[in-house]
Design a protein around this ligand. Structure first.
Ligand SMILES: Cc1cc2nc3c(=O)[nH]c(=O)nc-3n(C[C@H](O)[C@H](O)[C@H](O)COP(=O)(O)O)c2cc1C
Length: 367
């Protein structure tokens, strides 16, 4: 591996926000695992998150978990965030993480039009989206009616209320990667002419209403993190905002609605977002909104997410430089934490040579 020569100390500064304090700048990125039979996270899932908290991860963002809607997830073992059993399972996850001093937020998710017909857990549920279009542009269902959109907004709000009630430290809304909220953002999948469509501001309206409804439920002091991306699962070159000006128009409504922290999902954190500046998506978002931001993408690895065959460990120097310059505030780590629950502890102790590379075994079980 290439050497990390810089001190990793900037990663281990506390993060002091009026709504949440974290012991360091590391975040476990949300990662779908599919180990929750019937949507219920069990003891093994709780122990998996506890191991990361025990080993010093500053903030855990859970895997995406489905809001209360029949088509919110695609798979019988994807955890959901409604119903007594699933919520009891999540309450146990929170207890385990808090017992060892960790902080944790659930990632609230609806897959929208990426759901395939016949997918479990509700085989009969059709995919839903702003215009009934898949990410490819193929039309498969009718656009959501306004009443249906409002009901979805309320399902997110209920999940936020439940997250607070069962002891989570905040919530993260999954507005990235081409799933439901992002299908409203992206002009290719949102061709609506009502208030949920139109220009880039109109296309934020669904997210705005979700954020406002969540805020209504959780009150002013509970952190709302919003994750978004330019890239989509089927199109890494896609862009919601093509210029800094467009990014600004996109972000302002989300800020006004009540987002506390933005989680800016990129596949390689070191890539500049727009020509003429070194800033990545997180850097631009911080500059434009003044809000704290989480950056992510191939931290500590030499191969990007979506290449599941494997990646070697890589130097942390570039990351530390950007963090030190305060381009972003927090750093999410995905694949590196799948196989190696002790990744953060090892980095803190300077045991860089002991970090484990990512390989596809990491996906097979809950290490
Ligand atoms: C197995 C796996 C599952 C993922 N599931 C989610 C998810 O549920 N929600 C989400 O926002 N991102 C998801 N991601 C993306 C990660 O959060 C992260 O952005 C990505 O892996 C890049 O970080 P990395 O290069 O450190 O792995 C997933 C990634 C992996 C590897």
């Amino acid at each position: 591996m290439s050497h990390t020569n810089k001190s990793t100390e900037p990663l281990f500064q506390t993060f002091d926000h009026e709504k949440i304090t974290l012991s360091n700048r590391t975040v476990m990125a949300p990662m779908t695992r599919g180990f929750s039979p019937e949507g219920i996270p069990g003891e093994d899932v709780a122990a998996y998150y506890r191991r990361r908290a025990e080993n010093g991860v500053g903030l855990i963002v859970t895997e995406g978990t489905g809001i209360n809607h029949p088509a919110s997830v695609s798979g019988a073992s994807i955890p959901v965030f409604h119903g007594e059993q699933a919520l009891n399972g999540w309450a146990n996850v929170v207890k385990e993480v808090h017992e060892v001093g960790g902080k944790i937020v659930p990632q609230l998710w609806h897959v929208g039009m990426t759901r395939k017909e016949g997918d479990l857990p509700n085989e009969e549920a059709l995919p839903v989206g702003p215009s009934g279009l898949r990410l490819s542009g193929e039309k498969v269902t009718e656009p959501l009616t306004e009443e249906e959109v409002v009901a979805l907004v309320e399902a997110y709000a209920q999940a936020a209320a439940d997250a607070k009630r069962i002891g989570f430290d905040g919530i993260e809304l999954h507005g990235a990667h081409g799933y439901l909220i992002d299908q409203f953002f992206w002009e290719k999948t949102n061709q609506r002419t009502d208030r949920y469509g139109g220009d880039i501001v109109g296309r934020t309206q669904f997210a705005v209403e979700i954020i406002e409804a969540c805020r209504r439920e959780v009150g002013p002091d509970f952190p709302i993190i919003f994750r978004f991306s330019q890239w989509k699962m089927n199109d890494f070159e896609a862009k919601v905002a093509k210029t800094p000006e467009e990014l600004d128009r996109f972000l302002q409504p989300l800020v006004n609605a009540g987002v506390d922290i933005f989680h800016c999902s990129t596949r390689r954190f070191w890539e500049p977002e727009f020509e003429g500046s070194d800033l990545n998506l997180a850097g631009w978002t911080k500059k434009l909104t003044g809000k704290p931001v989480i950056s992510v993408g191939s931290v500590g690895l030499d191969g990007e997410f979506t290449n599941f065959s494997g990646a070697n460990t890589a130097s942390l120097d570039g990351l530390i430089d950007k963090l030190d310059r305060e381009e972003f505030d927090l750093v999410a780590i995905g694949r590196s934490l799948l196989l190696d629950p002790a990744w953060v502890r090892k980095v803190q102790a300077g045991r860089i040579n002991d970090l484990l590379p990512f390989n596809k075994e990491a996906l097979q079980k809950l290490y």
